[in-house]
Design a protein around this ligand. Structure first.
Ligand code: SIN
Length: 504
């Protein structure tokens, strides 16, 4: 058992009064598929928080039928209705923000500060799209065609029932970033959260239920990882699902794309990254640069798709970078995210710990120097790992070529920024990159040459509801958030009207 009990931690017990899947407006607690355990990653080996019923695979087809059927009712609702519903949901999330953040801490292992940030970030998508739909709608345009007797009317129509598959690292915000826009434009949805972190998704669905959405508008499928491939296949292969949106690994993204090919559904994928953090020789405020390097690298202890993986530091400023960095990292307070004064929590599971260790050992075997050894913290629990900082990391090390997804800061010193840009651009993925440079002209030139979907200039934290979030190359396609986020959940429908001449 976890040393924290869900019941004692959560004030609003209603959030977890129904624990299971939610289809056609009903919670499904009886199932023939057994149960699975949700664990607290920051606790000891046997850290079970709760048992959750697995949804039987046959019920996925039922959810698809229901979501598809309800689409035809929901898409006919007005912008005003959908906007006010989103605003209601936003308010309910804010009323329960502390409980929701605690659920994230318990299921994911991140610190309370990171979890609270995730709730605020996740909720902001509902508010943004509520306001957007009230003020602009999904934009209808009239176009004058070549033929002067015709008129073209275009409308951004909701694409249909949307399948939403989300990861464990942002168990709340990755759902809300997708669901908010789906509901705003008139799509119904089926959500499949990661089996390791279903609690905040269940609580969110409870709040959705309380908002009074019609049965079938939002459906939640909860089951253990054993069922994930089968559920994913059903969502991909169903012709009733018109769009699939997924955040996760590039490997799984490729599988989902193949499985979706027969139905030619719309896809948007936010996949793996391997973000470079480039510090140029002209930076003057090293305190600022290092604070942003730490924020970028150690948010969620390095378990974000956009966190910096390789730190390219110009050789002239490298000694100062390390001097400022060391005491700041040594001051981290690692522990259970619900304990007082904690700055950083634990990793999600043993595989995550194994991968960080593997990358550290590989880099050291290729000549990296240890700046801060870091390593496992078994006295705290099996998934705790104190940050490791390595410098002089060889470019053929694993950390330079694949995402670590953990608290390893790998520093590479350079003297020619062109070679860094070339190296970054040879990477098969391209989600985010970071550049620190005090010359705005150079900053522009560098950022325009970097082949990543997002370039963060002179800041280590850029995630924002107003940002079109997404990657290029094998980091996926499609954009979430901002006005561009609507495009992936709508299809442009054109109506051509021929005007007959007026008889005098
Ligand atoms: C991610 O890691 O996939 C999302 C990070 C963010 O939205 O900031």
């Amino acid at each position: 058992m976890s040393s924290y009990s869900l019941k004692s931690v959560i004030k609003n017990q209603a959030l977890l009064e129904d624990v299971g899947s939610f289809i056609n407006g009903k919670w499904i607690k009886e199932t023939t598929a057994g149960t699975f355990k949700v664990n607290d990653p920051s606790d000891s080996a046997d850290s079970s928080l709760i048992d959750i019923p697995n949804l039987a695979a046959s019920q996925v087809d039922y959810a698809i039928d229901i979501g598809h059927k309800e689409f035809y009712n929901y898409k006919a609702t007005t912008n005003t209705y959908r906007s006010s519903q989103l605003m209601k949901l936003y308010s309910k999330i804010m009323e329960n923000k502390e409980d929701l953040a605690k659920l994230i801490v318990l299921e994911n292992g991140k610190s309370m500060a990171d979890a609270s940030g995730e709730i605020a970030y996740g909720a902001s998508y509902f508010k943004y799209y509520a306001e957007y739909m009230m003020t602009q709608g999904a934009t209808d345009i009239m176009i004058q065609p070549t033929n002067p007797n015709n008129r073209i009317f275009t409308k951004k129509a909701p694409v249909g029932l949307v399948g939403i598959i989300t990861p464990w690292n942002f168990p709340f915000a990755m759902i809300t970033r997708k669901l908010s826009v789906a509901l705003a434009v008139g799509c119904t949805a089926i959500i499949k959260p990661d089996a390791q972190t279903p609690l905040s998704a269940i609580a969110l669905t409870k709040l959705i239920e309380q908002c009074g959405y019609a049965p079938g508008v939002v459906n939640l499928l909860v089951a253990s990882n054993d069922y994930t491939p089968e559920f994913g296949l059903k969502l991909c292969e169903s012709p009733k699902i018109k769009k699939l949106t997924f955040t996760g690994s590039t490997r799984v993204g490729k599988i989902l794309m193949q499985q979706s090919s027969n139905t030619l559904k719309k896809l948007s994928f936010e996949l793996g990254g391997n973000a470079p953090f480039i510090v140029c020789e002209n930076v003057k405020n090293m305190e600022y640069v290092v604070d942003h390097a730490i924020a970028s690298k150690f948010r969620g202890l390095g378990q974000t798709c956009v966190c910096a993986n390789i730190f390219y530091i110009h050789e002239k400023v490298l000694p100062e970078f390390i001097k400022v960095l060391k005491p700041k990292i040594e001051a981290f307070k690692i522990g259970h995210g619900l304990d007082e004064n904690i700055t950083h929590g634990s990793l999600i599971n043993q595989n995550a710990v194994k991968k960080v260790k593997e990358h550290v050992e590989d880099a050291v075997s290729k000549g990296a120097e240890v700046v801060i050894p870091g390593g496992s913290l078994p006295a705290l629990g099996q998934n705790f790992y104190a940050p490791t900082v390595l410098s002089n990391v060889s470019l053929d090390s694993k950390v330079c070529n694949e995402e670590t997804f953990g608290p390893l800061m790998a520093i590479v010193s350079y003297n020619d920024v062109n070679s860094v840009i070339d190296k970054v651009n040879t990477n098969s993925v391209g989600l985010a990159s970071y550049v620190f440079n005090d010359d705005i002209n150079e900053l522009f030139h560098i950022s325009e040459r970097l082949e990543t979907g997002m370039v963060s200039c002179n800041t280590g934290l850029f995630s924002d509801v107003n940002l079109p979030f997404g990657g290029v190359k094998e980091s996926g396609f499609g954009r979430e958030g901002s006005v561009f986020g609507l495009d992936d959940f709508t299809v442009i429908k054109s109506m051509i009207l021929g005007l007959q001449p007026i008889k005098n």
